[in-house]
Design a protein around this ligand. Sequence first.
Ligand SMILES: [Zn+2]
Length: 503
Amino acid sequence: MVYLVSARKWRPQKFEEIVGQEHVRVTLQNALREGKVAHAYLFAGPRGVGKTTVARLLAKALNCEHGPTPAPCNTCPQCTAITQGSSMDVLEIDGASNRGIDEVRELRESAQLAPAGGRYKVYIIDEVHMLTTPAFNALLKTLEEPPRHVVFILATTEPHQVPPTIRSRCQTFNFRRLSVGEIAGRLSFISEEEGVEVEEEALVLIARKAEGSMRDAQSLWDQAVAFGEGRVSLRSVQEMLGLVEEDLLFRLGEAILKGDVRRGLEVVEEAFDRGVSLGAFADGLTEHFRNLLAVKVGAPPDLPEEEVARLREQAEARSEEDLARLLVMSSDVASELPRSPAPRLRLEVGVVRMAKALTSVSVEEMLARLGRLEQGLKEGTSSVREPEQATEVHPPKDLEELKGRWEEVADLVARRSPRLGAFLREGRPRRLEDGMLELAFGSTFHRDVVNRQRRVVEEALKEVFGTKLRVRALKEEVEPYEDERMLKKVLELFDGEIVHQQG
Ligand SMILES: [Zn+2]
């Protein structure tokens, strides 16, 4: 379908066509008019709002045969080559995949050479915050003494992750998120030019979904045109958006139920790339688990029969307790997401946790095991033990299960004593032997309080695990908090590093 290239096809070729970044446009055009061109620019702002587009326009303005000019002609060989992406003098580099020292060194060497045909060599480095420290240092050397014919345009969604030494050498432009009206207006223009019949409300819905990103909006518009077979109605867009999300939610649910962390994170990434609002997505996941649970307990939600059958199939593999647990966990994530400084990471950590939650022993299996034990005791097939020693039959991995559900214990205690509950969250179960659970605490104060009130903890343990355990608190270096461990794991999976930490 011809429409599938609208973002490229309708990329602004004149400064006047840029939507929403008036302050950037005016400042750059004035500088071009007065011949005051900087050697390095930093374009900061959310994705899909025109940073690369403006960078290419600036390159054109600098190299146009009639330039430097605030109004590049778009017809000379230089302009045409830049539009086609074939100019030898305008080099676009993706910082995410060329983040090493070697790439930057190569860049430095090539920067020394004169332009091939244009006036300037323009280097556009996208996602520049992804560069490694040595690469930044190499780049800095070039920025300190830039050859006269070189202009750097660094683009980033994360300006605070760009070293201050680099930032201070650049003229910074902050690009802003586009308003619903600005996006809908542009989509309306494109629709008219393409001869596509549209309902205004449909464009407004697309613009809302795109959350300020023109690129996401155009990609949604493409999909809507294909989905509606050339006609974009509010109804068809609603249906399309619903189907995309529904499909993603089903796949995420599947991954979590199977304990497949990697797959789960891939679905989150896909949702993000498709411009799905993460807040709505987390709400949708909660809804999905609620539906699975409803189907499981024989009270299917009021949904098309086909969908209920699909839910039933997915719910098959897990118990009511498991589904209830996931429902609680996902609703926690959904309620925290709007307040989180890093919503995507929060969602990812949540997905990792949910997927991990079921790979430890299920509650049902645990109860079955205890049932077998009880049965054994009644029939006298195993030697008679004191109830305290019952834990002996648990295989060593039960400490892992205990760790996995430690938060539940802490929550239960918190209901009786919020302070003690808070202390327990700081502690780590470290050994389980002969019915004795050792808890490690980083401070002697926490240790002493827990020891004094260990009865409360023991009662909570009995309630959660159905087993009597004794508790002893110790002072010890404790492992990092769960969140940090999960964060590390997520970063490992993405092969990333902590460049900047919130709070
Ligand atoms: Zn030109």
